[in-house]
Ligand binder design. Structure first.
Ligand SMILES: Cc1cc2nc3c(=O)[nH]c(=O)nc-3n(C[C@H](O)[C@H](O)[C@H](O)COP(=O)(O)OP(=O)(O)OC[C@H]3O[C@@H](n4cnc5c(N)ncnc54)[C@H](O)[C@@H]3O)c2cc1C
Length: 473
């Protein structure tokens, strides 16, 4: 009996993983990708003779299935990177994860007293009704630490107040580390790598994160899979409860038994025929944040040792800097320069999103000088700007009240599946998108519900399993 045919929209981690798994199971699969490259946001790029990613792309997972898949694809072709990431705030570096000795060395006794007081205060009088990011973090760390180490960065990233960000985001992304545990682990050392957000090593492919996806694409094509590049899906024709045809921006039409989408959920709904007005109204309320990546090649190979730095300093616009020099020596191709990548976040309507590449490169250069992360003697040899639209689904307070009716409606379309970061409106890392791809393939192949909507909804992000170095061996 012939197996169900599948069209997958988007060749990022979710779409590629699903495509590869399905073709291994004997399904005819076509992947349609709007750009000319696989990997999506996790692609790597050849830039100024070196290899870079779209900002920092550290792969880590506590899920055995995903870990096994990573090793199936990458084999021995990776290195274990010692992670160094710090927070830059008030012209000082704070270790991230926070180390108490380092914090004490950087702050006044008055501030330390304030931190301890506000921490113990919230332990005694916790907020019982946690709804927002601010509520969640304050409950775990106290008001003072929230103000110092969470507020400004988070508000730069999301463009809205921490009071408007749903607690879901914090609970999925920040390990519940108490100040007490931080103290104990800084005294004893964190020998067991107990906390997921305290991971201090990570596996990194020699040729960049994107090489994982190039390899999957290669294997997929070797098994007869087809990838169609530079075709953006725009229209979905639906009859009764089934999608009968999908059409690209260039007018090409495709049909299959199953349609799997990893394109932005909101764009899919806009292109779908006969969607009830009520669902369209809910869709209007979901929105994304964009990222602008500004890469500068600097003629200095010893700028700072971090893999990336969280820039809390409110006097500059960008929020994070990656230094690819410090990831894996094979990225530099023997060149003696450093490629830095500064991340700027904005909404479609923000003027920053519309700025020219020249303006943004100049701004990035000025901000590096302001922070004294480069000196006047360091020359910018090259620059490049990459804009990634819709890369952060905004978890505004109560967003699930808008998302749930949309999901209910999409579940009525019998041959449509949504996975991926903006596909399912979930703040996925690569591991979650890969897991969605793996389980989606299983669901289509076996017909058994794999509860795809539940992936990455754990209230404790990756907390159930302890981080285990042997997972990378
Ligand atoms: C700055 C930054 C840093 C990050 N850091 C990390 C990190 O350290 N670790 C980590 O694990 N993850 C990180 N991530 C997240 C990671 O990039 C994503 O989780 C992952 O790429 C999501 O995979 P995906 O397949 O769901 O979506 P995507 O990677 O977005 O892939 C979707 C694909 O669909 C294509 N597409 C979109 N619309 C259409 C259409 N209409 N028709 C056809 N094709 C379409 C896109 O071109 C894209 O190729 C980071 C992301 C960003 C932006």
């Amino acid at each position: 009996m012939s197996k169900a045919s599948v069209i997958i929209i988007g060749a990022g981690p979710a779409g590629l993983t699903a495509a590869y798994q399905l073709i291994k199971l004997g399904h005819p699969v076509t992947l349609i990708e709007s750009t000319n490259q696989v990997g999506g946001m996790s692609r790597s790029l050849d830039m100024f003779g070196q290899i870079v990613d779209c900002g920092p792309h550290r792969f880590f997972t506590s899920d055995k299935i995903v870990n096994d898949f990573f090793h199936e694809i990458v084999g021995d072709n990776f290195t274990v990177v010692n992670r160094l990431t710090r927070i830059y705030y008030r012209n000082k570096f704070f270790d991230y994860p926070l180390k108490i000795g380092n914090v004490i060395g950087n702050i006044s006794i008055f501030e330390l007293t304030h931190i301890l007081f506000s921490y113990f205060w919230i332990r005694i009088f916790p907020n019982k009704s946690v709804k927002t990011f601010k509520d969640w973090v304050t409950n775990k760390f106290g008001e003072k630490l929230f103000g110092m180490f969470f507020k400004s960065y988070t508000e730069k990233l999301w463009g809205i107040s921490c009071n408007q960000i749903d607690a879901d985001w914090a609970s999925q992304r920040i390990k519940k580390l108490s100040l007490w545990e931080a103290l104990i682990s800084s005294i004893k050392g964190n020998k067991n790598n107990k906390h997921k957000t305290l991971v201090d090593v990570f596996a990194y492919p020699h040729k960049g994160t994107g090489s994982i996806y190039n390899e999957i694409a290669q294997r997929f094509e070797n098994l007869g899979g087809k990838i169609i590049f530079e075709q953006k899906i725009e229209t979905f024709i639906k009859q009764d409860s089934k999608i009968t045809e999908i059409i690209t921006q260039k007018g090409e039409s495709y049909k299959a038994d199953w349609i799997v989408s990893t394109m932005p959920m909101t764009s899919l709904i806009k292109g779908l025929s006969n969607v009830p007005q009520e669902v369209l109204d809910y869709t209007q309320k979901l929105y994304f944040r964009n990222t602008t990546l500004v890469y500068l090649e600097i003629n200095n190979n010893e700028l700072f040792p971090d893999n990336w730095i969280y820039v809390h300093s409110p006097e500059v616009t960008h929020g994070r800097i990656t230094n690819f020099r410090n990831w894996c020596p094979t990225l530099t191709n023997g060149k003696n320069t450093s490629i830095l990548c500064l991340e700027f976040w904005s909404f479609d309507s923000d003027s920053l999103w519309q700025k020219s590449d020249e303006y943004l490169s100049e701004l990035a250069h000025k901000e590096l000088l302001t922070l004294k992360l480069i000196s006047e003697n360091d020359r910018v040899l090259n620059s490049k700007v990459i804009k990634i639209p819709k890369c952060y689904p905004v978890y505004e307070t109560g967003y699930m009240e808008n998302l749930n009716p949309i999901i209910d409606y999409l579940n009525t379309v019998s041959n449509l599946k949504l996975i991926g970061r903006y596909g399912s409106f979930k703040y996925n890392n690569q591991d979650h998108s890969i897991l969605m791809g793996l389980l989606l393939a299983k669901e289509i192949h076996t017909g058994v519900d794999q509860k795809l909507w539940d992936i990455n909804t754990d209230s404790d992000y990756q907390e159930s399993t302890e981080f285990n170095l042997s997972g990378y061996s």
